[in-house]
Design a protein around this ligand. Structure first.
Ligand code: FAD
Length: 445
C-alpha cells in the first residue's frame, strides 16, 4: 500500500513537473507569437514589412521553429517567431548578411530578390558569367549572387571564363575593362593580373564597393574565401577596416591601380565585336572584353549645378561621428536625407533643403524625429528650395516665391537626390534584362 502511494506521489510529481514545464513553454510561445504579430503590424504600418532588396524567404512547411535564424541575424527584429514558425518582420531592414540562411538546420530559408508582387530587374547571365552581348561579363551582386565571399569567387571565375573564351587579343586594345571595385571587382582585378591579362579597373567611388560604405563598427560576416594572388583568407566575423586593409595590401604588393572616382557612363559595342568605354573623365578605353562588377546600388543622381564636382560635396554619409562643428546643407526629402540630418545635427549646424513643400513617404519614425528637431530649433528646414550653386565657403539657394537667391555660409554639402539604377546603363550596352519576382539568389552553404 505504502509502495503504491509512493508510486502515485512520484508519478504525480513527474506529471505536475511536466505540466508546469509545458504550461510555461506554451505561455512563452503564445506571448512571443503575440509580440511578433504586433511587430509585424507595426512593420506594415511603417512600410518596413515589404522587402526592398535581398531578403529571407521562410518556407513554413519546412521550418521546425528552432529559432536559429533569429539568433544568427545580427540586425534587430528582421525575423520573429509566430506559432512556432519563423517569420519575416521588418524585411526592408534586411541587409543581406545571409546569416539566417547559413544557420537554418533544415534549409527552410532561401534568400530572394523581389517578391510575388514587386519585381526586380536582373540581367541575363549564362553559366560562364557572359551576357547576351558576347564579351560583356557580369560578376557579383548585379547578376543575382549576394554576399562578399560569393562576389569574390565570381570575380575570379568570370576572368577564368574570359580566358577560356579564347577571344583573340587585339593589338592596342585592353583584354578587359573591369567596372566596379567592390569584392567582385577587386577579386577580378587580381585574377586578371595573375593570368597576365592587360586590364584597367574603373570605380565611380572608392575601392571596396558596398563594403566601403559599412559603418566602422559593423561586424562583417563572411566565410573563408580564395583571393587571387593572395590565397586563402580565413575570416569569419571581421570588420570593414580589416577587409579594406587586406584588399589594399594585395593590390599594392602587385603594383596594381584601381582608378577611383571614375564613373563608366557608356559601353559602346563596336563593329568588330570590341567595346569603347567612356567615363565621366576625358579618357576613354578600348577593350576586347568588359566585366561588370557594379553591384546593385546604382549611381547617385547628381544635380548638375556649378561647383558640384568639388571635394566638399558627397552623395553618402560615411562616419558621421567624425564630423563636427561644420556648417552643413543636406539636399533631399527622403529617408536618406532625413537620417543624415538626424545623425549630423547634434555636433553641427545643419540645414535641410527640400524642393517640395512637405515630406512624402517618410518612415514614421523619421517623420516624427525630423518634426521634433524642426520644432526644437536644432535644425532648419527650407522647403520649396533648390540648390543652384556651390562655392568654396558658401552655397546659393533659390527659394520659390523669393525674388533673390539666398547665400548661405557652408562647409559641406550632402546630396540625396535618389539613385539611377544600373538598368538603363545595361540596356544601353545591349544587355538584356528581365523582371524577376521572388528570384532565389544562388548561395553556397
Ligand atoms: C548594410 C549592408 C551590410 C552587409 N553586410 C554583409 C556582411 O556582413 N557579409 C556579407 O557577406 N555581405 C554583406 N552585405 C552584402 C555585400 O556588401 C554585397 O553582397 C557585396 O558588396 C557585393 O559585391 P559586388 O562587388 O558585387 O558589388 P558592390 O560591393 O556593390 O560594388 C560595386 C561597385 O561598383 C561601383 N560602380 C557602380 N556603377 C559603376 C559605374 N557605372 N562605373 C564605375 N563604378 C561603378 C560602385 O561604386 C561599387 O563600388 C551587406 C550589404 C549591405 C548593404
Amino acid at each position: 500500500m505504502n509502495l503504491l502511494l509512493e508510486e502515485v506521489i512520484v508519478y504525480g510529481a513527474v506529471f505536475l513537473l511536466c505540466f508546469i514545464i509545458v504550461f510555461f513553454y506554451l505561455r512563452k510561445k503564445s506571448s512571443t507569437s503575440k509580440q511578433t504579430k504586433k511587430k509585424v503590424e507595426i512593420a506594415k504600418e511603417e512600410g518596413l514589412h515589404e522587402p526592398v532588396s535581398l531578403h529571407p524567404y521562410i518556407d513554413p512547411n519546412i521550418c521546425i521553429g528552432s529559432g536559429a535564424c533569429i539568433s544568427a541575424c545580427p540586425e534587430q527584429d528582421i525575423l520573429g517567431m509566430i506559432d512556432g514558425k519563423a517569420t519575416v518582420v521588418n524585411a526592408s531592414n534586411c541587409v543581406g548578411h545571409g546569416a539566417c540562411f547559413h544557420a537554418c538546420p533544415v534549409e527552410a530559408i532561401s534568400l530572394r530578390i523581389g517578391t510575388e508582387k514587386r519585381g526586380v530587374d536582373l540581367p541575363h547571365v549564362n553559366e560562364n558569367f557572359e551576357t547576351n552581348m558576347k564579351g560583356i561579363y557580369i560578376a557579383g551582386e548585379l547578376g543575382g549572387m549576394g554576399l562578399i565571399k560569393n562576389s569574390v569567387e565570381q570575380g575570379q571565375q568570370a576572368i577564368d571564363s574570359i580566358i577560356k573564351s579564347k577571344r583573340k587579343p587585339k593589338p592596342n586594345l585592353l583584354d578587359v575593362v573591369i567596372v566596379g571595385a567592390g569584392p567582385a571587382g577587386v577579386s577580378a582585378t587580381l585574377a586578371a593580373k595573375k593570368h597576365k591579362l592587360s586590364s584597367v579597373t574603373l570605380e565611380q567611388d572608392s575601392l571596396g564597393g558596398t563594403v566601403y560604405t559599412f559603418p566602422r563598427s559593423k561586424i562583417v560576416m563572411t566565410s573563408p574565401m580564395d583571393l587571387p594572388l593572395h590565397g586563402k583568407v580565413k575570416l569569419y566575423d571581421t570588420s570593414k577596416g580589416e577587409l579594406l586593409q587586406l584588399w589594399n595590401k594585395v593590390i599594392d604588393e602587385h603594383d596594381l591601380t584601381i582608378i577611383e572616382n571614375t564613373k563608366v557612363e557608356n559601353i559602346t559595342p563596336l563593329e568588330d565585336g570590341t567595346f569603347r568605354i567612356t567615363t565621366n573623365k576625358e579618357k576613354e578605353y578600348l577593350s576586347n572584353n568588359v566585366l561588370l562588377a557594379i553591384g546593385r546600388r546604382g549611381s547617385p543622381r547628381k544635380l548638375n549645378i556649378p561647383g558640384e564636382d568639388t571635394e566638399k560635396v558627397a552623395y553618402r554619409l560615411l562616419e558621421p561621428e567624425l564630423i563636427s562643428e561644420k556648417k552643413i546643407i543636406v539636399i533631399g526629402g527622403g529617408d536618406s536625407a532625413v537620417e543624415a540630418v538626424l545623425l549630423l545635427k547634434d555636433a553641427n549646424d545643419v540645414i535641410l533643403s527640400y524642393r517640395k513643400d512637405k515630406f512624402a513617404r517618410l518612415k514614421p519614425k523619421n517623420r516624427d524625429k525630423i518634426k521634433q528637431a524642426d520644432e526644437d530649433g536644432s535644425i532648419q528646414i527650407i522647403y520649396n528650395s533648390n540648390l543652384v550653386e556651390i562655392k568654396e565657403d558658401h552655397v546659393i539657394l533659390q527659394v520659390e516665391d523669393e525674388s533673390t537667391t539666398r547665400t548661405i555660409e557652408n562647409d559641406l554639402v550632402y546630396i540625396f537626390a535618389g539613385g539611377e539604377l544600373p538598368t538603363t546603363f545595361l540596356e544601353k550596352a545591349g544587355v538584356e534584362i528581365t523582371k524577376r519576382f521572388g528570384y532565389i539568389m544562388k548561395q553556397h552553404k
